[in-house]
Design a binder for this molecule. Structure first.
Ligand SMILES: [Zn+2]
Length: 418
């Protein structure tokens, strides 16, 4: 086997294509290897429309970047014909080593995608020595193509969460199939609320699913989400995340603390202590003494903190019935306490939120759907954010969420091996 045969094999060339010429240029840095591919003179080529063997009408010179040959950049050159089909006229043929419109060979793109699944896009672009902009174009092509093959016909329970594409930026709403153990993300869209739910409903229908089959949605309590579910997933019961209940109370607690501090003053480390969980063992001694001081004193912040902490009593309810009973009694006791101190007004709002969504909160005992999955999403979002670093926009962030968190990454591996 000579060098030409080895390279032909490496390129996966088939008739009528043959490697005609190769040239290693060591005068440039990095060195480049140019491979010239041709078809035998007088070859027939399949019409891209009907596959009928046709004669070439004319040729155009094209170049593709190929995988490095050791440390040398490698380029593939070919004269690509247009066929003249009696039925379809003059058409440019597709070559077997690259997809239409791409300046890279399929092998190059596959290598790029394998790397992008494992490391930040910017790092991959440096390693492959192409611009990150071009690499992102490859990523978007393959993610889009694999998304097209996503089968959502079995989706019946859905989790919804939102995250900022980066700090202070627009939101991205992510939908999970709560029944999928691995790679649960099935849809991600810029924006949030009702529009996001509507977009999901349309996406589901376009991928073999049926919005009417969705019987359960786990989400937060934002009115926009809830009205979106009512309208676009009409058969779904809503389960509210426990995580979001606690979040609501924590936010209101912080309002009380700020207001009271403005009026009376508090130890400085208090804010951080308050925002941490009581179970958290990572409190500094200073925070711990601040907490002790807090519990001992009669401040509104201390009361608010107790109100928030007692949510655990509801959370520990063994049955839906018990949960309902505990919520009713918790609300009764806490509402009475709140009405006695005007500084506690924000906590009254948190209690009203809980009261309003009590049915949806109790559903977590019935549906068996917990938000552990949703909370686990934070890790995914962080990973996606760091992979998309350097050329950040929502579309890139979303492409990374799909690649890491959805079945798209695996579909790509399967497609590659066939
Ligand atoms: Zn034809």
């Amino acid at each position: 086997m000579d060098g030409t045969q080895i390279l032909t094999l490496g390129l996966g060339l088939e008739a009528p294509w043959i490697l005609k010429n190769q040239y290693l240029d060591t005068a440039v840095s990095p060195h480049r290897l140019d491979l010239y591919v041709e078809a035998e003179r007088g070859s027939l080529y399949p019409c891209p429309e009907c596959g009928k063997a046709c004669q070439a009408h004319d040729f155009a010179d094209k170049t593709w970047r190929h995988l490095n040959f050791f440390q040398h950049h490698c380029y593939l050159h070919a004269r690509v014909p247009r066929t003249k089909c009696p039925d379809h006229g003059v058409k440019r043929i597709e070559v077997p080593w690259a997809r239409p419109g791409s300046d890279f060979t399929l092998l190059f793109e596959q290598a790029a995608m394998s790397l992008v699944k494992e490391m930040p896009v910017l790092a991959v672009s440096r390693q492959l020595e192409i611009s990150d902009k071009r690499l992102w174009r490859i990523v978007h092509h393959y993610v889009g193509r694999m998304l097209g093959e996503l089968d959502l016909s079995k989706v019946v329970t859905v989790g919804v969460d939102e995250t900022a594409s980066r700090r202070g930026h627009r939101y991205v709403t992510v939908f999970l199939d709560m029944q999928r153990k691995r790679e649960p993300v099935i849809f991600a869209v810029p924006g949030c609320g009702k529009d996001a739910i509507q977009a999901f409903s349309a996406f589901l229908a376009a991928h073999g699913g049926d919005p009417n089959n969705v019987v359960e949605v786990v989400c937060d309590m934002s009115p926009a989400f809830l009205s979106g579910v009512t309208e676009h997933l009409p058969k779904a019961e809503v389960t509210v995340d426990w995580f979001h209940i606690v979040q609501t109370f924590t936010k209101r607690l912080d309002e009380v603390r700020k207001k009271e501090r403005r009026e009376q003053g508090h130890p400085k480390s208090l804010r951080w202590a308050l925002l941490k969980n009581l179970d958290n063992k990572n409190l500094t001694p200073k925070q711990l003494s601040a907490l002790q001081e807090l519990v001992a004193d009669q401040s509104a912040t201390a009361d608010a903190w107790v109100i928030k902490e007692k949510l655990r009593w509801i959370q520990k309810a063994p049955t839906p019935r018990a949960a309902r009973w505990r919520i009713t009694n918790y609300l009764k006791v806490m509402q009475a306490a709140v009405s006695e101190k005007s500084l506690l007004k924000p906590m009254g709002k948190a209690l009203a939120t809980l009261e309003r969504h009590a049915d949806a909160v109790v559903r977590r005992w019935l549906s068996g759907l917990t938000n552990a999955r949703l909370e686990g999403m934070n890790g995914l979002f962080q990973a996606a954010r760091s992979r998309a670093r350097g050329y950040r926009n929502e579309a890139n962030f979303i492409a990374m969420i799909y690649l890491i968190g959805s079945p798209v990454g695996r579909l790509f591996d399967q497609a590659k091996s066939t």
